[in-house]
Design a protein around this ligand. Structure first.
Ligand SMILES: *Cc1c(COP(=O)(O)O)cnc(C)c1O
Length: 436
């Protein structure tokens, strides 16, 4: 059993119940109902502090982590980020709006995305966004025009595709040449867009951004991307006389979802990347720019788990067993999308042996609505509480109302005290925009 306690904030109490941050998860399910997202707020804050201190230590005082808020976006998380001194990145006006409503200033936010709409650009600019991370030449012109109309000079970074395959699942790879994101170094589009950006009167080019993918455990993909980026920085310095002030290395650092996956020592990881980058700066004779990183998953994923109530338990003789839960792809679409691995525990029987091999199915009318296939769990019965671990990232933020299922609430655990940060949707919430 204990090998399934894949994060240090998990435990089993004297009742044999799974605990998160010392709190009995079964009692939380009783208090708030299921499905329920539970988040360990202390761990989120600890991760923010770790990223900030490690980056300062390894990359210098002006370096900073930006929380990639698409991983988990709701008002209270932006309050946490503000209090912890994190920057953020956003990919839509909706994320920026939520952040601002929570008191997070746009002047500490970076706006991303391969297709910022005109209204995104205007909204972000009118609210004083710090940087746009510009994806392509057309967007460069649109942002320049918008800045001109407002009589301002807008700071930008350019999104560069270094052409790296980070050895992860295809749908989460973004740094290769034929990606929908950014301008590729290999095709010289990166160089061309840099040249163009420097001619734009209302844009201030400060540097470059790359993001090569997600769930990266090895340091090599980051170092390979750095090789290409630093060579590129050197080329634009020599050929265009442009000195890069900001280098944003993106996010993508891996998180442990199952016992087989490694647990990353984030400080050591950043240390190794920084050693490599400093070496490259020396080699190319360039000054170490301000380094930014954009961790999303590695800030929030392992702080969270989802609690469900088990429904029907079905044994198909000679084939497999299904345990259905009262949520599914509506609150966690990641298995349906990417076959993402998860660890599953029967929360009220956490100290018992795992005697049942089964597939955890959601309640939607889709045979692909599965949470995990062929997992070994405790002998589960209808009404038991099932915990799916490591659901802090890309679960709530990807949730939908398919089959008119209301979205679950988010409950934060801080210093042993539970507090609702997002209320459970009601049926009225689900139909609030419907007109008869
Ligand atoms: C998704 C994304 C991130 C965050 O990636 P994680 O794997 O969650 O760390 C950072 N930057 C950009 C541009 C992204 O698209």
């Amino acid at each position: 059993m204990s090998e399934k306690l894949i994060c240090k904030n998990l435990g089993i109490n004297e009742k044999g119940h799974l605990t998160l941050a010392g709190v009995d998860t079964v009692s939380m399910a009783e208090k708030y109902g299921t499905p329920l997202y539970l988040l360990d707020e202390n761990l989120i804050r600890e991760r923010c502090r770790l990223y900030i201190s490690s980056m300062k230590k390894h990359f210098g005082e002006n370096s900073a982590p930006l929380y990639a808020s698409k991983a988990l976006s709701f008002a209270y998380i932006y309050k946490i980020m503000l209090e912890e001194g994190m920057g953020i990145d956003v990919v839509s006006s909706g994320e920026l709006y939520t952040a601002m409503k929570a008191g997070f200033p746009a002047s500490k936010a970076y706006f991303h995305g391969n297709n910022k709409t005109d209204t995104d650009i205007w909204f972000a600019m009118d609210n004083g966004i710090s940087f746009f991370v510009v994806d392509n030449e057309e967007e460069l012109s649109v942002i320049d025009t918008a800045a001109k109309e407002r009589g301002i000079k807008q700071k930008i970074l350019l999104r560069i595709t270094p052409g790296i395959d980070p050895h992860t699942f295809k749908a989460v790879v973004t740094g290769n040449v034929d990606s929908k994101f950014g301008a590729a170094v290999e095709t010289s589009q990166a160089f061309d867009i840099t040249k163009l950006a420097l001619t734009k009167e209302n844009l201030i080019l400060e540097g470059f951004h790359c993001h090569i993918g997600s769930q990266i455990f090895e340091k090599e993909p980051f170092c390979d991307a750095a090789d290409i980026m630093l060579k590129f920085l050197s080329d634009v310095k020599i050929q265009l006389g442009f000195e890069t002030k900001v280098l944003n290395l993106g996010g993508g650092i891996g998180v442990r979802y199952t016992p087989e996956q490694p647990e990353i020592d984030y400080d050591a990881y950043l240390g190794e990347i920084s050693t490599h980058i400093r070496h490259l700066c020396d080699k190319h004779n360039i000054k170490l720019p301000q380094v930014l990183m954009e961790p999303g998953r590695s800030i929030v994923a392992d702080s969270g788990l989802t609690l469900y109530t088990a429904g029907s338990v079905k044994h198909i003789t000679g084939y497999k067993s299904y345990v259905s839960v009262d949520g599914g792809m509506t609150d966690n679409p990641r298995y349906a999308l990417y076959q993402s691995p998860y660890t599953v525990i029967v929360a009220n029987k956490a100290d018992m042996p795992e005697t049942l091999k089964c597939t955890i199915a959601g309640r939607c009318c889709e045979s692909g609505d599965l949470i995990q296939e062929d997992v070994a769990i405790q002998d589960v019965k209808r009404g038991n509480i099932i915990a799916v671990l490591t659901t802090g990232a890309y679960n709530y933020s990807m949730a939908s109302n398919y089959n008119r299922l209301p979205k679950p609430p988010i409950v934060m655990l801080r210093d042993g005290v539970d507090k609702t940060a997002v209320e459970r949707e009601t049926y009225n919430d689900v139909m609030k925009n419907d007109i008869l």
